[in-house]
Design a binder for this molecule. Structure first.
Ligand SMILES: O=C1C[C@@](O)(C(=O)O)C[C@@H](O)[C@@H]1O
Length: 263
């Protein structure tokens, strides 16, 4: 399936514009364990890899982070690498860095050009978002501005406003991940995705987490979500399905839809 609003790198759609892209997280605490994850994940052919650096024991050492990013990139070959420090406020691991140190790490990793996309929460200080955006732009790296709520799903207008805010703040991709408490919340996430997709200039990614939200990981693309996270070796959030299961469902639904474009 193709899209008319692909996530691009160097002017080219990732994976030839495949829709949705499948992104597999890497959550190892050491470089050795990340390399072991890669050995399991790469044969499953994800379209994008996400390195969740907040799981990395040496996150306090920027040189070690840059060296690890380079090692992952080398192993990943042509698969784009997304770099993410998920803050504890939005469901990430506890780290010993303050936000200034996180920004310094982001700037160093961007300058190394070992990554292709970088994720930063849109709830951060505007000045820090500008710093990350400038570092990303200066190095040809795509900026994903994200919003997560691991407790509940805000209302339709709030969710839609998060997508729009990412666009207004200069993101290349807008991402929203929320926790549903019931199926109405799942519908709200689908509706917000569909409505925001009609207005946004940039691609968007959305998901509901947990068991109730699994349907959004499998079918969110039909409402316009450009990328879905799936487990290659280890999960980074509740409700992620194995990449093999996702591929099975995508093949069935896309065949049924006759390759019809959805966005
Ligand atoms: O933002 C996201 C989405 C996510 O939270 C998920 O629910 O799949 C997984 C995270 O690793 C990623 O950074």
């Amino acid at each position: 399936m193709q899209t008319n609003k692909p996530i691009t790198l160097n002017g080219q759609p990732i994976a030839g514009g495949k829709f949705p892209l499948i992104c597999t997280p890497l959550v190892g605490r050491t470089l050795d364990s990340i390399m072991a994850e890669l050995a399991v994940v790469l044969p499953k052919k994800p379209d994008v890899l996400e390195w969740r650096v907040d799981f990395f024991e040496q996150i306090g050492d920027s040189d070690a982070v840059v060296a690890a990013a380079k090692a992952i990139k080398k192993e990943a070959g042509s698969i784009p690498l997304m770099f993410t420090r998920r803050s504890t406020l939005e469901g990430g691991e506890k780290i010993a860095l303050n936000e200034g140190q996180v920004i310094a790490m982001y700037v160093a990793v961007c300058a190394s050009k070992a990554i292709d996309l970088i994720d930063y929460e849109m709830a951060n200080d505007a000045a820090n978002i500008v710093r990350v955006r400038d570092a990303a732009r200066a190095n040809g790296i795509k900026l994903v501005l994200s919003f997560h709520n691991f407790s509940y799903t805000p209302g339709l207008e709030t969710l839609a406003s998060k997508f729009l805010m990412a666009d207004q703040l200069g993101a290349d991709v807008a991402k929203v991940a929320v926790m549903p408490r019931n199926l109405d919340d799942v519908l709200t996430l689908f509706s917000a995705t569909l409505e925001a997709g009609k207005i946004l200039r940039i691609p968007l990614i959305s998901m509901s987490m947990g068991p109730l939200g699994a349907v959004t990981r499998l079918f969110g693309w039909t409402f316009g979500s450009a990328l879905t996270f799936a487990v290659g070796a280890s999960s980074s959030a509740p409700g992620q399905v194995p990449i093999e299961d996702l591929n099975t469902v995508l093949a069935i639904l896309q065949k049924s839809m006759g390759g019809k474009s959805v966005s």
